[in-house]
Write a protein that binds this ligand. Structure first.
Ligand SMILES: NC(=O)c1ccc[n+]([C@@H]2O[C@H](COP(=O)([O-])OP(=O)(O)OC[C@H]3O[C@@H](n4cnc5c(N)ncnc54)[C@H](OP(=O)(O)O)[C@@H]3O)[C@@H](O)[C@H]2O)c1
Length: 315
């Protein structure tokens, strides 16, 4: 049987980007939906082998709705983990900075920083934190957990991210209130995929690699963890910590002198006034991480600097 990458959640933001990556490079993959890999029904999952890799991009990601739908959120994000870990395939799980709850932007959050107590977290964050405890209970050579922060995609991508939502709000509002007291770094979905491919997948790839693929980086042995390509990893872009407000300001500057003519849908965002507000302004049901200063101590290298990648949002 041919070793295959199985993309769980292939219709989502991250999963669909993996589909494009594998299509572009001609690698064997199966794109699963909630019908072909229903996370909450392990008895209906397809058969996989020890040579396969599961890219687990399926999740309940509606952070605020999760507060009033905890059963569904845990059923999707947490409870399938023991069943996934019982399969023979290697598991690449994606997690989030929400598992930390630091109020201090100067505090680096490394792969070995303890998660926040569950009592400080919202339902979505709890569901991901509890998923991580299932991973940690499994043999360490079986899984990788890639924690990431604010995921962004080009505005041509149909999956809504921060800037999609901002652009939409310009149709109904005269100014945009934007949170200025949550700190983090934006992660571009294509950069994340290249990083995971280079550092976690390609070094254990079982076939000859197509020449179209980015070069493989074989990481040196990490100094802080026992196994080289397993355990927790922070996918961290280079560049300073920022806030949503400052990120929006930088993007607006780019829109004011864009490298190519702007589509009509983005023109209002290029000149609408932006107004900084605190997190409390929106009274969102779920708590947000205030200071997601993710840092990696695993020597696998960083993603490209995020300020250099803002123009990629216009692709
Ligand atoms: N987006 C971010 O900013 C961000 C930040 C940090 C971490 N992450 C993590 O990255 C991963 C991918 O996130 P994303 O933004 O790509 O999520 P997304 O766009 O919301 O996609 C979620 C995927 O999961 C599928 N799914 C939901 N319930 C399912 C079920 N019961 N059975 C099978 N599939 C199900 C969805 O299928 P349908 O299309 O049928 O609903 C969809 O394909 C998640 O683990 C998330 O926690 C994301």
């Amino acid at each position: 049987m041919t070793p295959t990458y199985h993309i769980l959640g292939s219709t989502g933001l991250l999963g669909s980007a993996w589909v494009r990556f594998f299509q572009q490079h001609g690698l064997p993959f199966v794109a699963h939906t909630r019908h072909t890999w229903p996370l909450t029904q392990p008895q209906h999952w397809p058969t996989v082998t020890a040579a396969d890799t599961l890219l687990h991009c399926a999740a309940y990601t509606r952070v605020d709705a999760a507060q009033s739908h905890p059963t569904t959120c845990f059923a999707v994000n947490t409870h399938p983990l023991p069943h996934l870990l019982a399969l023979p395939s290697r598991l690449i799980h994606f997690s989030t900075d929400y598992v930390f709850h630091s109020p201090d932007p100067t505090q680096p959050l490394t792969e070995s920083t303890p998660r926040a107590p569950l009592s400080q977290l919202g339902v979505y964050a709890q569901s991901k934190a509890r998923a991580e405890t299932h991973l940690e209970a499994a043999p360490h050579d079986r899984w990788c957990n890639v924690r990431l922060g604010w995921l962004l995609a080009p505005l041509s991508n149909p999956h809504p991210t921060f800037f999609h939502k901002l652009a939409q709000r310009t149709h109904s509002q005269k100014l945009l209130h934007i949170v200025d007291d949550q700190f983090g770094r934006p992660t571009f979905v294509t950069d994340l995929i290249t990083w995971v491919w280079q550092h976690l997948l390609a070094p254990v790839h079982p076939y000859p690699l197509p020449p179209s693929l980015p070069p493989v980086h074989i990481p040196p042995p990490p100094h802080s963890t026992p196994a080289p390509l397993s355990g927790h990893f922070h996918a961290v872009p280079q560049g300073p910590l920022t806030t949503w407000f400052h990120l929006a300001q930088q993007f607006q500057s780019l829109l004011q002198s864009p490298p190519t003519p702007l589509p009509d849908s983005l023109r209002p965002l290029s000149h609408i006034p932006l107004y900084p507000v605190s997190t409390t302004h929106f009274a969102a049901p779920a708590p947000r991480p205030r200071a997601a200063n993710l840092v990696s101590t695993r020597l696998l290298g960083h993603l490209p600097p995020w300020p250099d990648r803002l123009s990629a949002l216009l692709a």
